[in-house]
Design a protein around this ligand. Structure first.
Ligand SMILES: Nc1ncnc2c1ncn2[C@@H]1O[C@H](COP(=O)(O)OP(=O)(O)OP(=O)(O)O)[C@@H](O)[C@H]1O
Ligand SMILES: [Mg+2]
Length: 378
């Protein structure tokens, strides 16, 4: 088959991919650009991902192209509408641990991970300098939002001291252990379409876990190696609070693509976010962006805007440090209730202001990660 014929078939297959909101096919709508077919059935095209587009659209397009007879490889170069949304992405260096050249905000290109995580496309940590600012909430909604869009998502609860993920996903079963003695594997539990692993599933009744850094890193290593995650588009890691040695040894254990920093506006003043960014710099892990949580509160009774923890501080800091701003999540009692009830806000109230902000945040993270794949040599 000639390259031209193959190109036509791929174009046809892509025309069958329809945008869920507009109903237009992704070729007609201009999402697919610069389709090229090379020898050996190698297909590449650019995909223009606008903020309002579901990230899963890229996956559908890729799957459609892969399904065409004669296609052996598909490379998708994700483009963002406005230059500057992720400026470093296209010129990012290849190689995950390129040794010092990475600045926060740049994203290394994926190279296969060793062991089981070779099947995981991207690994992202959700971190903060200060405790209680909403890391687990952000990690939960990030994972659930992308899973709801059809991506294969895992969530690893690395908060060994106070694992909250089981509660936030309403999951209290024990994971199954399979395989013969000495080669046991743990099956992750699945809730809201997300594959989950947490020490909380293995502990009796929320007994406190008092452990030192190296031991924690050991448990985490087991979670990476002995849990059957299977193929994932994204693994989210919910980090314990802080920037000390225990956290550092955690980020050294996991091969991260990047980190998301969560902060309240008020917490910015304490310098914790900067310390967090520094910690990731130390291990050459780019910070993908900053989320401001508990940002402003609208009184449910009177509708008045009340600035309980202030607002805008994390956004200003992100700009100052040259980091992406991933959005401001309002303080909303429904978020806490959703967490306590095990129904992530993006699922229980996707169209509320908080649900919308969380979904947009997830979208941005996904877009930044995919933009990082752009320009990677085949
Ligand atoms: N925007 C918000 N509005 C209302 N409640 C929130 C919001 N964000 C988080 N919460 C609630 O605040 C509490 C703390 O959030 P969360 O557990 O996600 O913080 P954390 O940073 O993971 O804490 P830790 O440092 O202890 O791990 C939870 O009960 C959560 O449901
Ligand atoms: Mg937490």
């Amino acid at each position: 088959m000639s390259n031209e014929t193959l190109k036509r078939s791929v174009m046809e297959a892509l025309s069958a991919v329809v945008h869920p909101h507009t109903g237009d096919d992704v070729v007609a709508s201009g999402h697919v650009q610069k389709l090229e077919v090379e020898e050996g059935g190698r297909v590449r095209f650019s995909f223009l991902l606008r903020t309002e587009d579901p990230g899963a659209l890229i996956k559908h397009a890729r799957t459609a192209a892969e399904g065409v007879e004669g296609v052996n490889e598909v490379k998708v170069n994700v483009r963002l509408p406005q230059a500057g949304a992720s400026p470093q992405a296209e010129s990012s260096p290849s190689g995950r641990s390129g040794g010092g050249g990475l600045k926060p905000g740049s994203v290394p290109a994926p190279t296969p991970r060793p062991g089981l995580l070779s099947q995981v496309d991207h690994v992202v940590a959700v971190s903060s300098g200060k405790g209680g600012v909403g890391k687990s909430m952000v990690a939960t909604n990030l994972a659930a939002a992308l899973a709801a869009e059809g991506l294969r998502v895992g969530l690893l609860d690395a908060d060994i001291y106070g694992p909250n993920i089981p509660r936030m996903f309403g999951e209290s079963r024990r994971p199954r252990v399979t395989g013969e003695k000495g080669k046991e594997m743990i099956e992750p539990l699945e809730a809201h379409g997300v594959r989950l692993m947490s020490l909380g599933f293995l502990l009796e009744d929320e007994q406190p876990a008092i452990m030192r850094g190296p031991l924690i890193a050991g448990i985490l290593k087991q979670f990476l190696e002995q849990v059957e995650w299977g193929p994932l588009d994204l693994m989210v890691v919910d980090m314990p609070p802080g920037t000390g040695d225990a956290q550092l040894s955690l980020v050294q254990t996991i091969d991260l693509d990047g980190a998301i920093m969560v902060s309240t506006s008020q917490a910015v003043a304490t310098g914790d976010v900067r310390r967090g960014v520094k910690m990731f710099e130390k291990v050459n892990t780019p910070v993908l962006g900053v989320v401001e949580n508990m940002s402003g509160y609208t009184c449910g009774e009177c509708g008045a805007e009340v600035d309980i923890f202030g607002s805008g501080g994390a956004e200003r800091l992100a700009r100052e440090m040259g980091l992406e701003f991933l959005g401001a999540i309002p303080l909303d009692p429904a978020i806490r209730k959703a967490g306590d009830a095990g129904r992530p806000t993006v699922i229980s109230a996707p169209d509320s202001p908080a649900g919308g902000a969380l979904r947009t945040m997830a979208q941005k993270v996904f877009t930044i990660l995919h933009a990082s794949d752009a320009g990677v040599p085949a």
